[in-house]
Design a protein around this ligand. Structure first.
Ligand SMILES: Cc1cc2nc3c(=O)[nH]c(=O)nc-3n(C[C@H](O)[C@H](O)[C@H](O)COP(=O)(O)OP(=O)(O)OC[C@H]3O[C@@H](n4cnc5c(N)ncnc54)[C@H](O)[C@@H]3O)c2cc1C
Length: 448
C-alpha cells in the first residue's frame, strides 16, 4: 500500500506513525508545502519570544523520518485527480496513491477589510507568518491585534515580550465571550491590565491605513478612533484549507466532508484534523474541530480505517488548555459561557484574582458534575474526565477535590477555600473536604 499524506502537521504525522505501527510494510509519503520537517505549531510564539529556538519545536530529530521509512516531500500539492489516484506537485512531479489522506489544516481568515493587504498586516498560522512577524516588528513601537480569542492574546504577549505596545481590538463586550463566562473573562482582562495592554472592547476593525510605501501606518476602528501603529495582527479565526480538495471531485462544504470513519466522498480518500468537516457530529460535538489534540486523535483514528480496521471517530470528553500571559487555563467537559437550562455552576475566585475554579453540575439531583473551568490552578485531566464520565455528584467532587490537584509542590493549595465557598453557596449540599490530597478509595485507582 502506498499512503500519501498531504500535510505534515500533527494530524498527518500522527496518522503516518500509526500506519507505520499497524502496517510495517506500507510505503508512506508525507507532502508538505510549509516545512521539510514536522514542528509544533502551538509553540510558534515561544520562538518569537526567545524561549525556544526553531529546532526546539521539532518533536522528532531529522534522522527520525528515514529511520521510520517515512518519505518527506517538501512541495505543494496543486491538483488531485481521484479517478486516476494522482496528486500533482508544484515541483513538476506527481505521486500515485492507493490511499490518500488530506490533512491540509487551516488558513487565517480575513474579512476583506480595506488595507488588509498592506505590508505589515498578517495573521499568525505558519512558519512564513512567524518570519514575517519577526521581520516586520523589528524596532517598531506599536502593533494592533484584532481579535479576542486565543491567538489574539498570544500575539499581544509576543509583542509585549519585545517591548512593543500591543493594542487589542475585541468585537465583544468581554474577552473570548463565546467561551468564557464573564467572571473568568474578567480575570483574563486583569492580565491585560497588569501587562499594560490596552484592550478596546465592543470595537471592530474598520480600515487599515497605509503610508506612501504601502506599509501600515494606522487602523481605524468602528468606534471612529484612528490608532497609529506599524504592524497589524489579524487573529479573527481560521478556516479549513480547501485549496487542494477544490481541484478535485471530493465534496466540500466549509471543510472536506467526512463520515464518522473520516472517509471523504471519493474512494480511498480520507480527511482529518483542521480541514475536515464531520457530516454527522455526535451530540454536543462540533463539525469542524481546529485543535491540536483533536488533530492527533483524528490522525490516529483515520490510520486504523486506512489500515482496514474501520474505526469511528469519537472525541470523548472535551478538554482544552491555554495560557493568558501568566494565567493558565484548563477546561474539561461541558463548560458554557452563559446559562444553559438544567445546568448550574459553582464559582470560586481567589481574593487577589489570580486563580478561579468553576464547576458545572446538573441542576437535578444527584447534581452530576458536567464540566470544569480552572484558571491559575491546575487540575488533573484524568480525574476530571473520570468524574464527568461517571457523573459523580458535585458533592463527591468537592469532598475529593484534592484528588484533582495537579499544582506543583510548594504552590498555593486552594481546596479549603474552594470547598468553604461551595458550602456557603450550596449549604444543602455541604461537604467535608477529605484531608490534604487524600483520595477516596473510589478515585485512588486513577493514579495507578
Ligand atoms: C499560533 C497558533 C497557536 C495554536 N495554539 C493551540 C493550542 O494552544 N492548543 C490547541 O489545541 N491548538 C492550537 N492551535 C491550533 C492547532 O495548531 C491546529 O489545530 C493544528 O495544528 C491542526 O493540525 P493539522 O495537522 O490538522 O493541520 P496543520 O497543522 O495546519 O498542518 C497542515 C499542513 O498542511 C500543509 N498543506 C496544506 N495544503 C497543502 C498542499 N496543497 N500541499 C502541501 N502541503 C499542504 C500546510 O502547509 C500545513 O503545514 C494553534 C494554532 C496556531 C496557528
Amino acid at each position: 500500500m502506498h499512503l500519501v499524506i498531504i500535510g505534515n502537521g500533527i494530524t498527518g504525522v500522527t496518522c503516518a506513525l500509526a500506519v507505520r505501527r499497524l502496517r510495517p510494510e506500507a510505503q508512506i509519503t508525507l507532502v508538505s508545502a510549509e516545512s521539510a520537517h514536522h514542528y509544533s505549531r502551538t509553540a510558534l510564539m515561544y520562538v518569537y519570544m526567545g524561549h525556544l529556538r526553531p529546532e526546539d519545536i521539532k518533536p522528532y530529530g531529522d534522522w527520525f523520518w528515514t529511520e521510520n521509512r517515512l518519505t518527506l516531500v517538501h512541495a505543494t500539492a496543486t491538483a488531485l485527480n481521484t479517478a486516476a489516484r494522482l496528486v500533482t506537485l508544484d515541483n513538476g512531479t506527481s505521486l500515485t496513491y492507493d490511499k490518500l489522506l488530506l490533512a491540509t489544516g487551516s488558513e487565517s481568515r480575513r474579512y476583506g477589510w480595506p488595507g488588509q493587504d498592506l505590508a505589515g498586516v498578517q495573521g499568525l498560522y505558519n512558519l512564513p507568518d512567524l518570519a514575517a512577524m519577526t521581520r516586520d516588528t523589528q524596532g517598531i513601537g506599536r502593533g494592533v491585534v484584532v481579535g479576542g480569542g486565543l491567538i489574539g492574546v498570544e500575539l499581544a504577549e509576543m509583542l509585549h515580550s519585545r517591548g512593543i505596545e500591543p493594542v487589542v481590538l475585541v468585537r465583544e463586550a468581554r474577552y473570548w465571550a463565546s467561551v468564557l463566562p464573564p467572571a473568568e473573562a474578567r480575570l483574563v482582562d486583569r492580565q491585560f491590565q497588569e501587562n499594560h495592554v490596552p484592550v478596546h472592547y465592543n470595537t471592530e476593525l474598520r480600515e487599515i491605513l497605509g503610508d506612501a510605501r504601502g506599509r501600515v501606518r494606522a487602523v481605524v476602528t468602528t468606534a471612529g478612533d484612528e490608532i497609529t501603529c506599524q504592524w497589524v495582527g489579524l487573529a479573527t479565526g481560521v478556516t479549513p484549507n480547501l485549496a487542494l480538495a477544490r481541484t478535485s471531485a471530493v465534496e466540500t462544504d466549509r471543510g472536506v466532508l467526512v463520515d464518522e470513519h473520516l472517509r471523504t466522498s471519493a474512494a480511498h480518500v480520507y480527511a482529518a484534523g483542521d480541514c475536515a468537516q464531520h457530516r454527522r457530529p455526535a451530540a454536543g460535538e462540533l463539525p469542524i474541530e481546529q485543535l491540536w489534540y483533536t488533530g492527533r486523535m483524528q490522525g490516529e483514528t483515520v490510520a486504523h480505517t486506512i489500515c482496514g480496521q474501520p474505526t469511528a471517530y469519537r472525541r470523548g470528553i472535551w478538554f482544552n488548555s491555554a495560557k493568558f500571559f501568566n494565567l493558565e487555563y484548563q477546561t474539561y467537559g461541558l463548560a458554557p459561557a452563559g446559562p444553559v437550562a438544567g445546568l448550574e455552576s459553582f464559582y470560586w475566585e481567589h481574593p487577589a484574582g489570580r486563580a478561579a475554579l468553576r464547576v458545572y453540575f446538573r441542576a437535578e439531583a444527584p447534581h452530576a458534575v458536567a464540566g470544569f473551568n480552572a484558571l491559575g490552578l491546575r487540575l488533573r485531566h484524568a480525574v476530571c474526565a473520570q468524574w464527568i464520565q461517571q457523573q459523580a455528584p458535585v458533592a463527591t467532587v468537592m469532598a475529593n477535590l484534592g484528588a484533582a490537584n495537579f499544582d506543583p509542590e510548594f504552590f498555593p493549595q486552594h481546596e479549603k477555600a474552594v470547598v468553604g465557598a461551595f458550602n456557603r453557596q450550596f449549604p444543602q449540599q455541604a461537604v467535608v473536604l477529605k484531608r490534604g490530597k487524600g483520595l477516596s478509595a473510589k478515585f485512588r485507582e486513577v493514579f495507578r
